[in-house]
Design a protein around this ligand. Structure first.
Ligand code: FAD
Length: 468
């Protein structure tokens, strides 16, 4: 592709902005089509409070995992600097005891709210002379006549946009599979329900107060079996608590109300200090998010000339795996490399060959963990062991034993942070045996730990809400 030809990017969310920036900075001309109106000169405060109808999860917490962090640091360092100057926080995930080891410099989690991350990317996009912003809603694909199908651009509510390559970065709700089907091209698609609803609430620590110490460097977590909760550290002394309840449990959906949500948190010793009004104040309402699905749109099985899918339009999974931001960076980098190294006709296939295998293993892992977790939430007796539910075991065992051994710690957080392929643990028998032995002790402790009986919890949150 010559440097004068235009790459059309449909969707200016996480993947669209990252790819546009990387392409523009490698000398490509980019036309970025986005339907949400986002003012170019907005302050970060306006972005943090603003609306973003095109991204339903905009105000949900986003874990910025080590893989995404390393790619941001290496490819868009000015965006990282801007984030750090505006309150984002680098959190060291390496073991806190013992010597530093090679690779520990990559074990960094970036604490930042999604709205701040988007704001920093948007600032860079607006300042980039090679990116031409085209505010419009994409309404379809445009094809050249003839066979095989060749995409030549997009139809939008403001007219046609054409380019040498079209990138679909329209997120979870992309209509590209439907538009392709209307053109006689059926993408193989795999879909399953994640099985949980997210209830999130952001808080800010009061002056002089710090977050309580927690065994997990991400922040306190709670697992009652039938419901669980996690903390996400954000920017500017903020954090978010997410309570996850099964989609079918209508009683626990009361968690969408502030008083019920806080009663649930206050009843768990690990979370109670985080909702203590003397230590922190809520800065949002409880933000629900349901209809969560694990989806693989098989663009890679059918690489189309001049059309490439990035981000959620290609694959999205259970959000607890926090795969999305890393994917945006992995795929943006791979796309730039494919364009630089291959003739136009081979770009799509080269890109999928580079990203497909790793993404597929994460997709299958997330899908299998979600399925096992949903059964466990329903009360099924799921054996969490190497020979029982291996996906659930490999997730829970590695993370819950991390604090007991620096080697396990590194393997667990490199796995969870997408720095290593799954085989690093799955293929290491000696390490698995070590984890298995330790996990036996951890499980016994978990069984003894205070767990709220579900009936008791329902009464607790109903009473709290009734008192409001
Ligand atoms: C509840 C929840 C929690 C999550 N938590 C995490 C997390 O902790 N860590 C993590 O890494 N990931 C997380 N994710 C995943 C992450 O949000 C996504 O993977 C990521 O946003 C995908 O980026 P994207 O660019 O593909 O899509 P999006 O960011 O959704 O962007 C799509 C863009 O396309 C635009 N668009 C859509 N249709 C059109 C159209 N027809 N015309 C023009 N523009 C259009 C939209 O306005 C939007 O700007 C979470 C997801 C959910 C649902």
């Amino acid at each position: 592709m010559s440097h004068n030809e235009v790459v059309v990017v449909a969707g200016g969310g996480m993947a669209g902005m990252v790819a546009s920036l990387m392409l523009a900075r490698s000398g490509r001309r980019v036309r970025l089509v986005e339907r949400d109106t986002v003012a170019s000169g907005e302050s970060e405060v306006e972005a943090l409070l603003g609306r973003r109808p095109g991204v339903a999860q905009y105000h949900q917490p986003h874990a910025f995992m080590p893989r995404a962090f390393t790619l941001l640091r290496d490819h868009l360092p000015d965006v990282l600097d801007n984030l750090l100057q505006h309150g984002a926080k680098e959190i060291d995930l390496a073991p806190s005891t013992g010597e530093r080891a090679a690779g520990d410099e990559d074990l960094i989690f970036l604490g930042a709210r999604r709205a701040l991350i988007e704001w920093a990317l948007r600032r860079a996009v607006h300042d980039e002379p090679n990116i031409d912003l085209f505010p419009a809603r994409v309404t379809g694909l445009r094809f050249d006549d003839g066979s095989p199908a060749r995409v030549r651009g997009l139809s939008t509510d403001r007219g046609a946009v054409e380019g040498t390559l079209v990138i679909d970065a329209m997120g979870r709700t992309t209509l590209t599979p439907r538009w392709l089907a209307a053109h006689g091209i059926d993408l193989p698609t795999e879909t399953s329900d994640v099985g949980v609803v997210y209830y999130s609430r952001h808080y800010r620590l009061r002056d002089g107060v710090s977050l309580p110490a927690s065994p997990s460097p991400f922040g306190p977590r709670v697992d009652h079996g039938y419901a669980s909760a996690a903390t996400f550290i954000g920017d500017s002394r903020t954090y978010c608590i997410v309570v996850m309840v099964p989609t079918w449990d209508s009683e626990l959906k009361l968690m969408r109300r502030g008083a019920a949500f806080e009663a649930f948190c206050a009843a768990a010793p690990a979370l109670a200090p985080l909702v203590d009004a003397e230590r922190a104040e809520p800065i949002t309402d409880v933000l629900p998010m349901g209809a969560l699905q694990t989806v693989w749109n098989g663009f890679d099985r059918l690489p189309l000339h001049r059309l490439v899918a990035l981000g959620d339009s290609y694959c999205h999974t259970d959000p607890t795996f926090a795969l999305g931001i890393s994917n945006a960076f992995i795929q943006g980098t791979a796309l730039c490399e494919a364009i630089a190294a291959h003739p136009d006709a081979e770009v799509a296939a080269a890109y999928y060959a580079q990203v497909g295998e790793e993404l597929r293993e994460r997709f299958e892992f997330a899908r299998d963990v979600s399925a096992a977790r949903a059964e466990r939430m329903r009360g099924a007796l799921i054996e969490i062991s190497r020979t029982g539910s291996y996906p659930l075991y490999s997730l829970m065992a590695t993370l819950s034993c991390a604090g007991l051994d620096p080697q396990i710690h590194r393997v667990a957080y490199r796995r969870h942070g997408f720095l290593d392929r799954l085989a690093r643990f799955d293929g290491d028998e000696a390490l698995q045996l070590k984890v298995e032995e330790l996990f036996g002790q951890v499980l016994a402790r978990m069984r003894d730990a205070l767990r709220l009986d579900r009936t008791h919890l329902v009464a607790l949150i109903e009473n709290a809400q009734a008192r409001q």
